[in-house]
Design a protein around this ligand. Structure first.
Ligand SMILES: *[C@@H]1O[C@H](CO)[C@@H](O)[C@H](O)[C@H]1NC(C)=O
Ligand SMILES: *[C@@H]1O[C@H](CO)[C@@H](O)[C@H](O)[C@H]1NC(C)=O
Length: 395
């Protein structure tokens, strides 16, 4: 018979063991969950339901970490938005070391979720305890593609399969990912970025106050040669969409017309009234296309834009046409075509005071105290071309 003291010692050892095994590991990331639990201690009820998303390659993990630190320093340590970080496949996911994960965890105060693209099963561990999954149909080349035509296009146009997958992913899938489903506002950023200005306000709140659904910083012209038949496919879509949703379908009781605002900004992407008319009739092509694109490596969007009937049908049309792999259709013009067909001018907002820079590209260096950039080199004569969207002379 063991003495009561021995029994007590055994009890103590088991209790400690049980505690060690069953107690959840206290991580900084727990604060993230308590945010969105009932308590929400640090934030007001009205905080926008937004997440920052980023696609990261293992070779760019250091760059991504720097970007996250910059984002935290410039605004997000105040705003406390969560991050959803994706890698392109399980191999890349596995290449991100424990040390790197911990670094990201520390820098983001546990607000980052790392997810990956899975071959099949939609379950993956996540280092902050949440699950972010991208399924294979949103990344791999769909089966219906003619493989030899795809090979030809790699030879003739260039750009890797991964790059094209990324374009297709951002065009038609990112907002559908399980890790992003709970968020209304999706704030996309890249790993090779820097904000040169401190941002003391909440850009998402600013958009909400203005009734905007899409936010951008600059407008660029995209190249035609990588996507020679994108514009004509868009035009083909517009004509078939509008004719199939004409007054005839409206006459069917209970069948509502799709919610397309009457005064959407077609003239952003099509030259003049003549261009818009041709595009709507299915006769538009590169000659009518302005090639204007929101530079969407920075992009704040409300998911209702992507989930709208017109955008959903639009992406389906493009995906079936095959240009993501037969050519190199890019998500930037596709988003801009989509924004132009779904939103009015006043539903889009431009930001001028963030000093946002992507790679070595030209950027806006605002002359305000909270910016640390110099108006030299890439910032010398920057023109954000925002007037292209807000052009009042275009009807
Ligand atoms: C504004 O729109 C008009 C009419 O479509 C066009 O001729 C003009 O070039 C546009 N201006 C700018 C700055 O985009
Ligand atoms: C649409 O794009 C596909 C793929 O590039 C191409 O084969 C097709 O001819 C295009 N259709 C139109 C109407 O431009």
């Amino acid at each position: 018979m063991p003495s009561s003291r021995t029994r007590f010692a055994i009890f103590l050892v088991f209790s400690i063991l049980a505690l060690l095994i069953f107690l959840p590991k206290e991580k900084i990331s727990q604060s993230y969950h308590s945010f969105y639990g009932s308590a929400r201690p640090h934030i007001s009820q009205s905080k926008p339901n937004a997440a920052i998303l980023m696609l990261i390659a293992p070779s760019r993990i250091h760059q991504a970490t720097l970007a996250l630190l910059n984002v935290e320093n410039r605004f997000n340590r105040r705003l406390q938005y969560p991050y959803v970080l994706f890698t392109a496949n399980e191999e890349e996911y596995a290449m991100i070391t424990e040390e790197e994960r911990q670094k990201i965890d520390w820098i983001t105060q546990g607000r980052a979720t790392l997810g990956t693209f899975l071959r099949s099963t939609p379950i993956v561990e996540s280092f902050t305890g949440m699950v972010a999954v991208v399924t294979k149909d949103s990344w791999e080349i769909p089966d219906f593609y003619d493989k030899s035509r795809v090979e030809d296009s790699f030879r003739n146009i260039g750009f890797s399969s991964g790059y094209r997958s990324m374009c297709r992913f951002y065009s038609g899938f990112f907002w559908k990912q399980p890790a992003l489903l709970e968020y209304e506002w999706l704030w996309r950023l890249d790993t090779d970025i820097e904000f040169h200005c401190d941002i003391p306000y909440d850009p998402v709140e600013r958009m909400i106050e203005a009734g905007a659904l899409y936010g951008f910083i600059q407008i660029n012209e995209d190249a035609e040669w990588v996507q020679p038949s994108l514009a004509s496919n868009v035009s083909e879509f517009l004509s078939s969409y509008y004719s199939s949703h004409s007054s005839a379908s409206n006459a069917v009781p209970g069948v509502a017309l799709p919610p397309v605002p009457a005064d959407v900004n077609h003239a952003f992407v099509w030259h003049g009234m003549n261009g818009v008319e041709k595009a709507l009739k299915g006769e538009g092509g590169n000659g009518e296309w302005t090639r204007m694109c929101m530079y969407n490596n920075f992009e704040i969007s409300h998911r209702s834009l992507w989930e709208s009937q017109i955008y959903t049908s639009f992406f389906e049309h493009l995906d079936n046409a095959g240009g993501f792999f037969y050519e190199r259709w890019s998500d930037s013009p596709i988003h801009s075509f989509g924004v132009a067909m779904a939103l009015r001018k006043d539903q889009v907002m431009q930001f001028h005071d963030m000093g946002y820079q992507h790679q070595g590209w030209a950027f806006e260096c605002a002359t305000i105290d909270r910016c640390t950039c110099l108006k030299e080199g890439a910032a010398a004569d920057f023109d954000d071309q925002g007037y292209r969207w807000f052009n009042t002379s275009a009807s």
